[in-house]
Design a protein around this ligand. Structure first.
Ligand code: AMP
Ligand code: MN
Ligand code: MN
Length: 316
């Protein structure tokens, strides 16, 4: 029996199901979570989806009105985590996962720690949403307009609008299929990727102003503090995209962005051609993908910067 057969068997057996994703959810986390939620509903299975907070530009996605911030259910029959590399990243609500009778992880991070009883992880997939396509096709669950919209959101956001190297022919074949179903790809693209909040713009302005070039211009570094976020009344997701500013400058191989939070320094790293930032973040206790990775560090911004640069210098 394949992993997907096992997963379908567990879904069929479960009387209560919960869908979870990583903290500070991005479009792939919310898109995949909601796509699975809608797909299970269509399959005849009622599930809970718990996401304490998410960026408001995703609130147009079908199913968001049913997202729970928490649940009164103590022990679910089945917990499914999507787009999440480690149990730690389910932060704050990992108890729903840990207490469930059966645990499944669906993901595309090469650093996934295989923390489920069943793990369906495709590291080559450019978005977790694309992993879900494979699953739903295998389960013979029809990808309706609603499910397709959620999946498309995951793909568009995690591929930076179809431009990262992980994009495959299947990505475009899938999008073509959605267009044939009448989904307005351009409209969704604009909603999930192109529309910035004012606070996001202001944070970007601050971070851009502070950006410094190191290692002969091969490294770009910047940060934002808690005070910065308070000053611009930042909400969930308003820091998204800042790390890309540095990455997109000529000559830069590695972009480092640090965000100070109550839980420590959240580091985001991006690379262009040869540095494996996932390896660096793994060494520091985090993980991710070759060209996009992260780690949370318990120290000051200066200390974090120094530690990261020590590793970057060896490979740049
Ligand atoms: P971010 O810079 O937060 O957008 O993260 C880039 C990628 O690295 C995403 O795929 C994250 O899921 C992953 N990532 C970020 N932080 C961690 C961590 N502490 N452990 C494992 N993966 C992470
Ligand atoms: Mn994600
Ligand atoms: Mn993802």
């Amino acid at each position: 029996m394949s992993t997907l057969d096992n997963i379908l068997e567990q879904i069929n057996k479960a009387e209560s199901i919960v869908i979870l994703t990583h903290e500070n959810p991005d479009g792939d986390a919310i898109g995949t979570g909601l796509a699975l939620y809608n797909a299970l509903k269509q399959y005849g299975k009622k599930a809970d989806i718990i996401i304490p907070e998410y960026p408001r530009n995703f609130s147009f996605l079908p199913g968001t009105e049913e997202i729970k911030k928490e649940s009164e259910v103590k022990k679910y029959d089945l917990a499914i985590s999507v787009d999440c590399a480690t149990i730690k990243m389910l932060n704050g609500f990992s108890n729903y996962f840990e207490d469930a009778k059966v645990k499944i992880s669906i993901d595309h991070h090469s650093t996934n720690t295989m923390f489920g009883d069943y793990n369906y992880v495709i590291p080559e997939a450019p978005a977790c949403a694309q992993v879900l396509i494979v699953m739903l096709e295998y389960f013979k669950i029809d990808i309706t307009k609603e499910i397709g919209t959620c999946i498309l959101t995951g793909i568009i956001t995690d591929t930076g609008g179809f431009k990262y190297s992980g994009v495959t022919a299947e990505t475009f074949e899938f999008v073509a299929g959605l267009m044939n179903k009448g989904i307005n790809v351009s409209k969704i693209y604009r909603k999930v990727l192109q529309t910035k909040t004012r606070a996001n713009f202001e944070l970007n302005r601050i971070a851009t102003d502070r950006l410094e070039f190191l290692e002969d211009g091969k490294v770009a570094f910047t940060y934002i503090t808690k005070e910065d976020e308070e000053k611009v009344s930042a909400e969930s997701g308003d820091h998204e995209g800042i790390v890309e500013t540095g990455r997109d400058i000529e000559g830069v191989e590695v972009s480092i962005f640090i965000r100070q939070t109550d839980k420590g320094c959240k580091v985001s790293m991006r690379s262009n051609e040869y540095v494996n930032v996932s390896d660096i973040c793994l060494l520091l206790g985090g993980g991710g993908h070759i060209r996009a990775a992260g780690v949370t560090m318990q120290c000051t911004i200066e200390q974090a910067k120094e530690k990261i640069l020590m590793h970057v210098k060896k490979v740049i």
